[in-house]
Design a protein around this ligand. Sequence first.
Ligand code: GDP
Length: 193
Amino acid sequence: MIIRSAEFEISAVRPNQWPEGGLPEFAFIGRSNVGKSTLLNRLLGRKNLARTSGQPGKTRQINFFAINKLFRFVDLPGYGYAAVSKTQRAQFAEMIDKYLTEREPLVRIVQLVDIRHEPSKDDISVHEGLRGLDVPLMVIATKMDKISKSKVDSHVKVIRKALQTDVQIYPVSAENRVGLDVIWERFENDMAP
Ligand code: GDP
């Protein structure tokens, strides 16, 4: 995919702020600090479009980006951040849930997990919820460069088992730009007529 334009549109806190128009949307969700912003920036070849969270959990809105005026990346708030109150958590959960269940142009959900660790309780329950939706789902296992190549397959197996899932799991390293082409191929397929 050649990225001709990548524009930040809006940080939405309410559904009436979601951008209009029927561009297909790819939504990204993951625990704070999983490497979501880094991956988005790498996929788009931009240095700092999605803000990397020096302070995890700080990004609490739904961020919309228009790419090539053809499709959108939607950056959902990171979950599992301990310093957030229960009420706030419930508010994010409700907002995310509303987006995922009601947003008509949503063509794919991408859940990110850290390839180094067994999925957390939050990862597992989020995955279960996402599988119950009628939207194609995939998992990206981030920070592949942090483990040795020979361990990648076994870590992917551990993730698959914990999530109890048969969706595809793609190991990537945003740091080393490994695995990104396959992701783009999938996205292009999702948009194919
Ligand atoms: P977010 O909270 O999910 O948006 O996470 P960030 O993108 O801010 O990344 C969290 C931390 O992980 C940062 O210190 C990143 O530099 C680091 N990180 C992200 N992706 C990778 C990767 O592919 N490899 C390595 N080694 N570190 C990464």
